[in-house]
Ligand binder design. Sequence first.
Ligand code: P71
Length: 483
Amino acid sequence: MNAANSADTRSAERSVAGPGARRRPIIEPFKIKVVEPIRLTTRQERTTYLEAAGYNVFKLRAEDVLIDLLTDSGTSAMSADQWAAVMRGDEAYAGSKSWYRFEAAVKDIFGFAHVIPTHQGRAAERILFSTVCRPGHVVPSNTHFDTTRANIEAAGAEAVDMPIPEGLVPSRVHPFKGNMDVAALEALIADVGADRIPICMLTVTNNTGGGQPVSMANIRAVSEVCHAHGIPFYLDACRFAENAWFIKEREEGFDHRSAREIAREMFSYADGCTMSAKKDALVNIGGFLATNDTSLARQEQNLLILTEGFPTYGGLAGRDLEAIAVGLEEVLREDYLTYRIASVRWLGRHLTEGGVPIVQPPGGHAVYLDAAAFLPHVPPLQLPGQSLVAELYVEGGVRGVEIGTVMFGHTDPDTGEEVPSRMELVRLAIPRRVYTESQIDYLVDVVLDVWDRREAIGGFRFVEQTPVLRHFTARFEPLYEMT
Ligand code: P71
């Protein structure tokens, strides 16, 4: 049964109540111990702040944002157990107790022989790609995220995205829209030759394509193709627990297996992984790189020592390693994952009922608005996603992020013309364990109010941009009168 297609509500499917009792809602499986005030500004204030930020929400002050959905990365609320573990942090430079706890927690789930701690995911990416990639190399993936693509390109190699065709149609419902097109991968190998492919990756879940999961069958198939050609196969594992939960919900034969068992199986097909612990390790900073290849691990550790730190801390404090060890255990708990996936689905369902076009089905960590369908009168090169991000902020102090031509557009080297992204999306990423249901309901109203006046919304243009990862620092200008 494809849960994504069902008329899902936040009602619990497995009732814990007695016979004849009402279906009870899935609730947050925690209570709040510490609170952080958030501030509602006036529309006039927000208009002023946004203009001063060059219409780039990365340049806003966070205190001027009410509901901050810029990212789910590093924005989780840590648990009391994680904070207790922070106090236990052993800050010895080499061989600290915290390192051994961290290493044991990672190995228990991921199973790789060598674990290399890094301060965040992109540091793991830089170390990996600068070690294995050379100019002329090609690195395929279902879809690379921005920093992954940039680090591959910085090493002189080419990053190639090979999602299944369904993955590129926002309205199309498919249980595993994050899958890679295995036939396209085989064709690529035949075309460029396995010796030019130093590594192949799958991003779980597929962030660029809507937070969509990859099925176990697809992970296995990609692994088999890679191994038949001697190509190392890696997972970009940031959201591995959410991916495992979707496999449990949607893939035949997995409903009675725990998320931990499913995760272990996912990693058993891979030769290594990169991980940003800022997502599914429920911490504010951290990451790692893992591999079964001993000689590669040696080279990576040498690079780590040069730029990140000694191999038993890699740029993290002992307390960070402790918080990750606890977070990796908490993120696989059934009550947490049930709540997590249901709360994102809840947001997606209410927006869909209001007529708002989103990537269907909702992803694991975010709902993605389909800006091209939301603002069909704004052409891609007038940055419809950027317009929506700006309007959401002015409307209700909500900060989302553009995942479209601003983030992934590029200049064609032959024609010099700007090539738009394959999709124009606006991601509303939900930080883990942070916002309550009523805050999500407020968010739904803000999006619906922008939807109601969509015809009056126009496009944007760049007034300043950098050649790499331009979305972080660019400045923009509206091509219409914002009200
Ligand atoms: C996300 C991020 C972080 C981010 C990126 C761009 C704008 C705002 C925030 C980071 C990822 C990721 C995947 C699949 C590697 C990284 C890098 N995502 N792979 O989604 O999603 O990890 O941030 O720890 O360096 O908001 P890092």
